[in-house]
Design a protein around this ligand. Sequence first.
Ligand SMILES: Cc1cc2nc3c(=O)[nH]c(=O)nc-3n(C[C@H](O)[C@H](O)[C@H](O)COP(=O)(O)O)c2cc1C
Length: 209
Amino acid sequence: MSGEPRRSIALAITGASGAIYATRTLAALLTRGIAVELVVSDYGRRLLRDELGEAASVERMAAYLSDTYGPGVSAGSIALHSNRDMGATIASGSHHCGGMVIVPCSMKTLAGVAHGLSRSLTERAADVMLKERRPLVIVPRETPMSLPQLRNMVLCAEAGAMILPAMPAFYQMPKTLDDLADFMAGKILSALGFDHDLYPAWTGETPGR
Ligand SMILES: Cc1cc2nc3c(=O)[nH]c(=O)nc-3n(C[C@H](O)[C@H](O)[C@H](O)COP(=O)(O)O)c2cc1C
């Protein structure tokens, strides 16, 4: 028997703006040697291409991550699942998957998770995380928000999910889009229980002051 299985995390990309948050988070998990179970909705696929270009299409993702974030991403692995495959590993609580992040999370998928609809693999896997009491991090992106959307976030939080809105901070004095993405990815890794150095810890002083 070869020791413990590698820790796996499910990462779902849905059709909300903020594809760069997904690629940065994916790269950071891979660099830590994580086995990522990746699922991308149809609109998630579109937003990856629209916001980051053809090179970031799902089929080319491994090369894109290596080119963009460095060869260290090869420490981890990606298992790509169809969002329509309810027979995928992460659709079952008996599969060892240590946690899940939906980044970015559309209001449609948020609603599906809030109401336990399991219409897609993303929604089903999130439902599994909630019923198994495993970490589920939801990164919603919409503005402004309707009352049903706000209520759906409350439902997810009450069920045990962490709502981690795509709201990068500016006290770290970001200079680039990558700095903003690093901040969000760092928050997500912290929520999933990983150490990281994606942004400096707050020292009580604004950097550069
Ligand atoms: C260019 C573009 C940007 C979008 N941005 C958002 C967004 O930021 N938030 C959101 O909730 N929906 C957004 N949508 C709408 C969702 O993609 C749409 O509701 C879709 O059905 C979500 O399906 P999914 O959750 O299966 O990915 C956007 C759609 C397009 C085409």
